[in-house]
Design a protein around this ligand. Structure first.
Ligand SMILES: [Zn+2]
Length: 198
């Protein structure tokens, strides 16, 4: 199976992290103290549309689709069904999905509209696994999916409190609970920051 990936402007991980940090400082600076997770639902519901002019909503989406960002319609939709799931791992998955789609809304929608290209990003069950290794078309730093995943990690697990928690002895499970992210995302974030987790 393959999925065509449109190239985005090249971006470095550190630059993507910096954008996430600026947003945390602007909207929820208390997160940087390291005791509380970023409230990404609040950011999505109250701040994102004002920030970038993209309409946001929770709606019923076809089964297995968790988020859709559409540059033509200028909208970013998260699955209402996903938001209602009670399991902790689904809540954490919903948080990373919102952060991921939020990056497409803030950065890729204006970029693709300017280029008169169409971005229609659909976040389904295979999103994570497929998009990241479909690299034949596009180098990783120009892959909009890689960029959005990097951003989601940076928004939910900002570098300073993430590193401080590790220095304080936090393992993967503790980090997952503190930052409300699934363990796989914690591991990816550590890897992105070149940290070896015990
Ligand atoms: Zn995406």
């Amino acid at each position: 199976m393959s999925r065509r990936v449109l190239a985005a402007d090249p971006r470095k991980g550190a630059d993507i992290d910096f954008l996430a940090l600026q947003l945390i400082e602007r909207y929820q600076p208390e997160v940087l103290a390291g005791n509380t997770a970023f409230d990404v639902e609040k950011f999505f519901e109250f701040d994102l549309e004002d920030l970038c002019g993209v309409k946001v909503d929770y709606r019923e989406l076809p089964s297995g689709i968790y988020g859709v960002t559409d540059s033509e319609r200028k909208e970013c939709i998260i699955s209402a069904e996903l938001m209602d799931r009670p399991r902790k791992s689904d809540k954490y998955f919903a948080r990373s999905t919102i952060a991921h789609e939020g990056y497409h809304a803030m950065v890729h929608i204006p970029e693709f509209r300017k280029k008169r290209a169409v971005l229609k990003s659909i976040n389904d069950e295979q999103h994570a696994s497929l998009c990241l290794y479909r690299q034949e078309d596009v180098p990783i730093y120009m892959n909009p999916e890689w960029q959005a995943f990097r951003f989601a990690g940076a928004l939910l697990m900002p570098e300073e409190p993430f590193k401080a928690s590790i220095r304080n002895g936090y393992g993967v499970r503790d980090l997952a609970d503190l930052f409300q992210a699934n363990p796989a995302n914690v591991c990816s974030r550590a890897k992105a920051l070149s940290i070896l987790l015990k």
